[in-house]
Design a protein around this ligand. Structure first.
Ligand code: FAQ
Length: 316
């Protein structure tokens, strides 16, 4: 079949909501777009462990420590499913690690901000996992099978993370004035970076149109950001916390909340590597990779030994 015919057949399949699987024919640009998005997503999960990992040793109680360890471990699991999904498209894991460690790969801007108080753990759960769910639930219907299937479990776990964050904030908001102030301060710092997680405005998003046509994305960046705002305003009322945007206002005509201008200079500055923690995050990832070399070597040696024993008929 000619390339144009193959492309038409491919698009018909996508339009008919038939999943694309690794061995199916796909346009080279579809494959590249998916590798880009899934690997960036995987890196975000892995780097995303660092800001919260910072509080495991200082969680205020055993219960909070157990919850936080479990959450951070979940993020590691998400990274691993996503690296596996990306590998089905023909890129290997080592290449993806090299891209992350060298600073060439992108990961979510949000993880370049510091966690300076315990309330930040509540804010990350509520806002960052909340934004992640808003963006990721539609990815369960992504046209590419392995990515869509990985997202089902990821979303279930993110939903638990969002609730634990909300509950941390609720506890603080029911506490002393100092605890309330700590929670408010965390929201003041995390609100705008969370809004930026959805990516540039639709006018400024070079990938959205094609990704929507291929049903990789089901909603645009601005549509998801608006859904997030609408949900958060009501939840903030329940918490009794203030969202730091004087322009937040219900718009009867649109049936949505209006919100203030996002600082896109800050966003691009962070994406380009100049956020408060970019250098620290990359340094930590590189050290972890180097310190883990012996584990990778040991695992390889073990698997080679087992394969040799199996070949010699010594193990089942
Ligand atoms: N940060 O044309 P678009 C989580 C880049 S996981 C950095 O709109 P697209 C779980 C974008 O890559 C959070 N870069 O691109 C958790 C592109 O650059 P490129 C991560 C960003 O792909 C919680 C350029 O700007 N989630 O939080 C960002 O159509 C708590 C132009 O943008 C995912 O990755 C950003 N915020 O839409 C873990 C979900 N936004 O590649 C631990 C999957 C945009 O052309 C603790 N990804 N850029 O050089 C997606 O849904 C999409 O890739 C978007 C961006 C929506 C992020």
């Amino acid at each position: 079949m000619k390339e144009a015919d193959l492309e038409k057949k491919f698009q018909d399949k996508v339009d008919a909501e038939i999943r694309i699987e690794p061995r199916d024919w796909m346009p080279e640009k579809y494959r590249k777009t998916l590798i880009r998005q899934i690997s960036q997503h995987a890196h975000s999960e892995i780097v995303g462990m660092l800001p919260e990992g910072n509080w495991i040793s200082r969680a205020p109680s055993l219960k909070r420590k157990v919850g936080l360890i479990a959450k951070v471990q979940d993020e590691a699991g998400h990274g691993l499913y996503l690296y596996s999904a990306a590998e089905t498209l023909g890129i290997d894991r080592d290449t993806m690690f090299q891209q992350l460690n060298s600073g060439k790969a992108k990961y979510s801007s949000i993880f370049n901000y510091p966690t300076i108080s315990w309330a930040d753990i509540g804010a990350i759960g509520w806002l960052v996992d909340g934004a992640a769910i808003m963006n990721q639930v539609p990815l369960c219907r992504c046209s590419y099978g392995p990515y869509a299937r990985a997202m089902v479990r990821v979303c279930k776990e993110e939903s638990f993370h969002q609730r634990q964050g909300f509950e941390i904030l609720m506890t603080l908001m029911n506490g002393s004035q100092e605890q309330k102030d700590m929670a408010q301060n965390a929201i003041d710092r995390w609100w705008w970076p969370s809004m930026m997680m959805f990516g540039p405005t639709d006018d400024d998003s070079p990938n959205t149109v094609q990704s929507m046509k291929w049903k990789i994305k089901r909603y645009t960046n601005d549509e998801l950001r608006q859904k997030f705002v609408d949900v958060c305003v009501d939840q903030a009322k329940v918490l009794g916390i203030n969202l730091p945007d004087p322009d937040l206002k219900w718009n009867e005509e649109r049936g949505h909340y209006d919100f203030g201008a996002i600082n896109w200079d800050e966003f691009w500055n962070v994406v380009k590597g100049n956020g408060p923690c970019n250098k620290q995050r990359l340094k930590t990832r590189n050290e972890a990779y180097d310190n883990g070399a012996w584990v990778r070597e040991a695992a390889m040696a073990y698997s080679e030994k087992r394969a040799a024993r199996k070949a010699a008929g010594k193990v089942a």
